[in-house]
Write a protein that binds this ligand. Structure first.
Ligand SMILES: NC(=O)c1ccc[n+]([C@@H]2O[C@H](COP(=O)([O-])OP(=O)(O)OC[C@H]3O[C@@H](n4cnc5c(N)ncnc54)[C@H](OP(=O)(O)O)[C@@H]3O)[C@@H](O)[C@H]2O)c1
Length: 331
């Protein structure tokens, strides 16, 4: 089968089309012919992991070496990127009961990756579900990572109807999902993002948008029940005054100091810090599918590339002008 492979870390130019062995499903697995796969944060990170120094790493320094070893210290251990996809079930293993050939599905492979390819195998109990009927393959492929991570994050905050939420990093994979899910849970949502994506975040349903290049949300006098910081670009000390008593500062990316703050605020003060680690839950994708079919969750595609232009798709994703998902399609 055809796949986009990379055998060394580096710029988008390390990605190239190659012929590789087609996977065969085990008894409990589903073989899927991929129709679309997006470019997400994890793909960009894994493609150039060598450039991620302990300082640039978005998690505690103690996790850096294990992560670097897991990805491959000097060269990538896994040669096919792509954690999300949508496609058609081509064959199923003998023990599979949930899916059959011909089913249109979407799914998330996490760090196993491998979706920049014509075929992937997934365990039927993995993060795999029937594709929402009202979405194209391109749209459905761009759902799982952001939606699953955002759902897991928001659960940690036990969000209530009517609460005020600010998402710092509202235009990215996780943030754009968090905006929509927080709206679904009945919150009043402010999204913080860069200038080119203000309209995109508004179109996702945010009640208010703030451009972080022009305005510091911690200085406008507003107070929130929940501040979600996706990249950990703000700080608890600055955000404290923007949190109501009992408010939560929830971090998707965090360092050791945030873990200490989490421990400290567990016992002292009314405002809490939560550093959240999320792992995908298979059933959550079914829930997201229902939201999509009920018109409560959407994806906005910015650009669509054929898979053999993966390098171009990565270049565009990193250029800073995208306003929506960048997806690659297979003929
Ligand atoms: N905790 C977990 O379990 C977990 C799981 C997966 C990922 N993560 C973490 O989540 C992060 C990736 O999230 P993602 O996939 O949503 O990334 P992404 O798609 O690259 O989005 C990044 C977001 O951050 C915004 N941003 C960039 N600079 C900013 C600044 N100075 N101030 C405020 N916002 C800024 C971007 O805004 P513009 O693009 O508009 O400039 C964009 O909205 C990584 O750090 C990763 O480690 C955590």
């Amino acid at each position: 089968m055809k796949a986009i492979i990379y055998t060394e870390y580096g710029s988008p130019d390390v990605l190239h089309l190659a012929e590789v062995a087609k996977p065969a499903p085990k008894d409990n697995e589903v073989l899927i012919r991929v129709q679309a796969t997006p470019v997400n944060f994890g793909d960009l990170l894994a493609r150039n992991f060598k450039s991620v120094t302990p300082r640039k790493f978005s998690m505690p320094i103690l996790f850096w070496l294990p992560a670097r070893l897991a990805f491959g210290f000097n060269k990538p251990k896994k040669h096919i990127l792509g954690s999300e996809f949508a496609g058609v079930v081509e064959a199923v293993g003998s023990a599979v009961t949930r899916f059959k050939p011909g089913d249109q599905v979407f799914g998330y492979r996490g760090q196993s990756m491998g979706a920049y390819a014509e075929y992937v195998c997934m365990p039927e109990t993995g993060a795999l579900a029937i594709k929402p009927i009202n979405m194209s393959y391109e749209e459905a492929a761009a759902v799982p990572y952001g939606a699953l991570m955002a759902l897991g994050l928001l659960r940690k905050a036990n969000l209530q109807r009517g609460q005020k939420v600010l998402i710092n990093g509202a235009s990215g994979g996780i943030g754009s999902a968090a905006v929509q899910l927080a709206k679904y849970y009945g919150a009043e949502v402010t999204g913080v993002c860069g200038t080119p994506r203000l309209g995109f975040v508004k179109a996702l349903g945010a009640d208010k948008v703030i451009d972080y290049t022009k305005e510091d949300f911690t200085r406008d006098g507003e107070a929130y029940d929940l501040i979600v910081d996706i990249l950990g670009k703000s700080s608890f000390s600055h955000c404290k005054k923007s949190l109501k008593p009992g408010g939560i500062y929830l971090l998707a990316s965090f360092k050791m100091k945030h873990l200490v703050q989490m421990l400290w605020t567990k016992f002292a003060g009314s405002r809490k810090v939560i550093c959240a680690m999320v792992s995908e839950k298979a059933g959550d994708l079914e829930f997201i599918k229902e939201l999509i079919e009920a018109g409560k969750y959407k994806v906005i595609i910015d650009k669509d590339y054929p898979l053999d232009q993966a390098a171009e798709a990565h270049r565009y994703s990193e250029a800073g002008q995208k306003h929506g998902s960048v997806v690659m399609t297979l003929a």
